[in-house]
Ligand binder design. Structure first.
Ligand code: SIN
Length: 533
């Protein structure tokens, strides 16, 4: 593929990283006029909402051009506020600030870094309600889920505050007589952290925690659709006493491809960690290759979810509902292809649809709402295209299947479809929305081949009560993470990451910090002299 032109790049960046389409800008405010006024949340600490500014070198700054972009509530289309429209040049200032802060920050002891992360953790916990309000406001997920995300986000600061003082090296018995070999772990340097809109807090802290614990300094590229949660985290970093320049948060919408390219190509940036689509991941990898940056890529999913005849059907239904509809289907580990063995297919489908029928869809701040809107109009279009494609190819919609314009432009009915086949779009592509397609299968071998036919491999799930099968299938699935008899696998303590075109690198867990350190080998020679008398 030849070099990508600006327009092409901009289209590519429109997936999970990307910005709202002009169509969406036209349509959302119409809905907003009906719903907007009732839903602006009241923050206990209003100074956490940072509009018109982002955070560079310990200060709240504007873009050099003075330009801003608007951020809208996906549920109502109401304007939340504006953020600076940073360009590549603006981003270079943030990179310089991170580079200037690095020599001092890298020398902090593990315990000093731990204390900083712990203070930041405490502030996130103290301000959990306000952070959750910001998440619901700009991302749309129900408030209870947003609270869950804040806890999840905070846990990465807690976890890595505990890892920071334990960054051990090795003492290695050398094969060369007289030599002694030691290793130490050193921070890689300035890191570019590019984060998605679907977890505006947790995907930021999952990268920041290990980066700071290792002694790196960072530039965080916040998601254009949802920058305010990340900016509130920046304000809390300031209050926690994180030294200036150590964390920088840049905002952009239209210049997203340019800012991404600046982080991926700038010679001072030593590492880029990206969560987003496989298409953008490939592009960043290509851009990063001339400077040979270290990369972590947490990319697209399309998770298989397999229910064998020997499963506890009720447990499998509960697991599938949780996995498929978490954040209205907008996580990269959501079940995307639900394979159900023929002996229990009808029972599973009926029970599954019965559960989904109970969902209450609406604005995330409203009482009792279980599922919110999708992030934008392009997400709705994709979901609708997948549903219509399945329908045209002979599948049966047993629940939902339509947009919900009475609620707002970005709402879609939770949908269950039976009779799915492998030629349908949903079999090969992540839907990233509230649509569950149930595929019948006959044998274990057949379903594992189907599951592994995807070019991506992030998460996979299956339900079975047969121990031998559990071992066989868990080992055979080509994914980075397997959930057995559970639909939720996310846990700070567990390594998170994929294989194949879902990327590489692991976040969270005892391994997460490895992504931010270089191992240096120190060989001491002449160590075999006799004791001096
Ligand atoms: C993601 O969707 O990128 C992450 C989801 C998770 O951590 O559970």
């Amino acid at each position: 593929m030849g070099p990508l032109r600006g327009a092409q790049r901009s289209v590519i960046f429109h997936s999970r990283l990307a910005f709202r389409s002009s169509f969406q800008r036209m349509t959302l405010p119409l809905v907003a006029s009906r719903l907007a006024s009732s839903v602006a949340p009241k923050l206990k600490d209003p100074s956490l909402l940072k509009t018109g500014v982002c955070y560079v070198d310990g200060e709240w700054v504007k873009a050099a051009s003075g330009k801003t972009f608007n951020v809208y509530d996906p549920a109502t289309g109401a304007l939340i506020g504006a953020s600076p429209e940073f360009t590549g040049k603006d981003t270079e200032k943030a990179i310089s600030a991170a580079a200037a802060a690095f020599p001092s920050f890298r020398t902090k002891t593990g315990r000093e870094k731990a204390k900083l992360l712990r203070r930041w953790y405490d502030l996130v916990v103290e301000n959990a309600d306000d952070l959750a309000k910001l998440i619901t406001w700009e991302n749309g997920k129900p408030f209870a889920d947003a609270k869950g995300e804040v806890n999840y986000a905070a846990s990465f600061f807690e976890w890595f505050s505990e890892e920071a003082p334990r960054l051990y090296g090795d003492s290695i018995p050398a094969t060369v007589p007289g030599n002694r070999v030691l290793t130490i772990k050193q921070p890689v340097g300035v890191c570019g952290l590019i984060t998605p809109w679907n977890f505006p807090a947790a995907m930021v802290t999952r990268k920041l925690g290990p980066a700071l614990a290792a002694g790196c300094t960072v530039v965080v590229k916040t998601p254009g659709e949802a920058p305010f949660t990340a900016l509130a985290l920046a304000e809390l970093a300031h209050r926690a006493g994180i030294p200036k320049g150590v964390v920088n948060f840049v905002t952009t919408l239209e210049h997203t491809p340019e800012v991404g390219e600046t982080l991926a190509t700038h010679p001072t940036v030593r590492k880029v960690s990206f969560t987003g689509s496989t298409v953008v991941g490939r592009l960043l990898m290509k851009q990063a290759s001339p400077t040979l940056k270290i990369l972590s890529m947490e990319l697209g999913g399309n998770a298989p979810f397999i229910v064998f005849d020997d499963a506890n059907v009720d447990a499998a239904v509960a697991g599938a509902v949780a996995s498929k509809f978490r954040s209205s289907g907008q996580t990269c580990v959501c079940a995307n292809r639900i394979y159900v063995q023929k002996g229990i297919y009808d029972e599973f489908a009926a029970k599954f649809a019965e559960q989904v029928k109970r969902f209450k869809v609406g604005h995330g701040f409203d009482e009792g709402i279980t599922h919110g809107p999708l992030i934008h109009n392009r997400a709705i279009s994709k979901v609708e295209a997948h549903v219509r494609d399945a329908e045209q190819k002979g599948a049966k919609i047993i629940l939902g299947g339509q947009k919900l314009p009475d609620l707002g432009a970005n709402f879609f009915q939770p949908t269950v479809i039976t009779g799915m086949t492998k030629d349908m779009a949903m079999a090969g592509e992540e839907t990233f929305g509230p649509v569950a397609g149930l595929f019948p299968f006959t044998t274990e071998k057949e379903v594992v081949d189907l599951a592994n036919s995807a070019e991506v491999g992030l998460a996979g799930y299956f339900f079975s009560q047969d121990l031998e099968r559990i071992t066989r299938v868990a080992e055979a699935l080509e994914v980075g993470m397997v959930g057995v008899n559970t639909g939720i696998i996310s846990d700070t303590a567990s390594p998170f990451g994929g294989v194949k075109q879902s990327g590489f690198g692991r976040e969270g867990s005892k391994y997460g910090i490895d992504e931010y350190v270089n191992i240096k080998t120190i060989t001491l020679g002449g160590m075999n002299k006799p004791l001096q008398s």
